[in-house]
Design a protein around this ligand. Structure first.
Ligand SMILES: [Zn+2]
Length: 277
């Protein structure tokens, strides 16, 4: 059984319109109130979790371990410059736990959560990392105990982004920082691919629409709205094309343009705890 979804930011009376029909029984909707796009239904994770996030889901990430070590070392440098210290880090949707390893190597005390039982067996039982299985709303963690919380391509997967973020706001220290990265539905490539697909120049739409495990499609504006609604105040939002590792000089130049226009594929927000609405 799957659940019908509504906009987490607006009352039901705000209404929705259909952006397009993804599968015969699943539509992508757009809230008329805040313009957030989302999948009409969400699966029941109690029965579908192993189907969606089974062993095969993590194969590619595990194979790219070396590249990801480099990427996450750069990410930790960025995060430390944002929060100004080392401390406790929570990686929500930590997957195979490479960020937890890198954070620990950089002097952080790191914990992770993930809904996927297969990958938690790998990270917790084989690698011995501090990983909790389940949705973060349901896991017993101490309020105000984390200096940094990271959601790296995770918020688009969760059942209710407002509930998740609201919970994470409570877990953050008063001067803590949350970093959220999601695909950018307002990116130049998403817009181009959707137009090409509409006019039958291309078979598929923007690839993040069709994964079967992405349910929320954020723009810079709707991500900021969702953070604010959960009592988090964004202080930096950017949308680079590619950020890490061996990025060519051409791409680095292009990134300057993307950062100014918010056209890049990666949408990144840093936020601090604010007042809960
Ligand atoms: Zn809305």
């Amino acid at each position: 059984m799957s659940t019908k979804q509504t906009c987490p930011n607006c009352p039901p009376a705000a209404g929705t319109r259909t952006v397009f029909t993804l599968l015969p029984d699943i539509r992508v909707l757009k809230c008329r109130g805040c313009q957030l796009q989302f999948a009409e239904t969400y699966p029941d994770l109690d029965t579908a979790e192993t189907e969606i996030y089974g062993d095969r889901y993590f194969v590619e990430a595990i194979e790219q371990r070396r590249e990801r070590l480099t990427t996450f070392n750069e990410l930790m440098t960025e995060i430390e410059s944002m929060v100004g210290r080392k401390g406790r880090l929570l990686d929500v949707g930590c997957g195979d736990g490479v960020l937890l390893e890198v954070a620990a190597d950089n002097g952080w005390e790191a914990e992770g959560t993930d809904v996927a039982t297969a990958v938690v067996r790998h990270t917790r039982d084989t690698k011995g990392l501090a990983v909790h299985q389940g949705e973060v709303e349901d896991i017993a963690l101490e309020r105000g105990s984390f200096d940094v919380i990271v959601l790296n391509h995770v918020l688009e997967h969760v059942r209710d982004p407002r509930a998740t973020l609201s919970r994470l706001r409570d877990l953050l220290a008063d001067d803590g920082v949350i970093r959220v990265e999601v695909p950018n539905v307002a990116s130049l490539s998403a817009i181009t691919q959707n137009i090409q697909s509409r006019y039958n120049l291309k078979k598929n739409r923007w690839r993040h629409y069709e994964t079967g495990h992405h349910f929320w499609f954020f723009t810079p504006r709707t991500l900021a709205r969702t953070l604010n609604g959960a009592g988090l105040t964004p202080f930096q939002i950017s949308a680079p094309a590619e950020q890490w590792g061996r990025v060519s000089r051409y791409k680095r130049t292009l990134n300057v343009l993307y950062r100014l226009t918010f056209w890049g594929g990666h949408l990144i927000a840093y936020a601090r705890p604010g007042n809960k609405p």
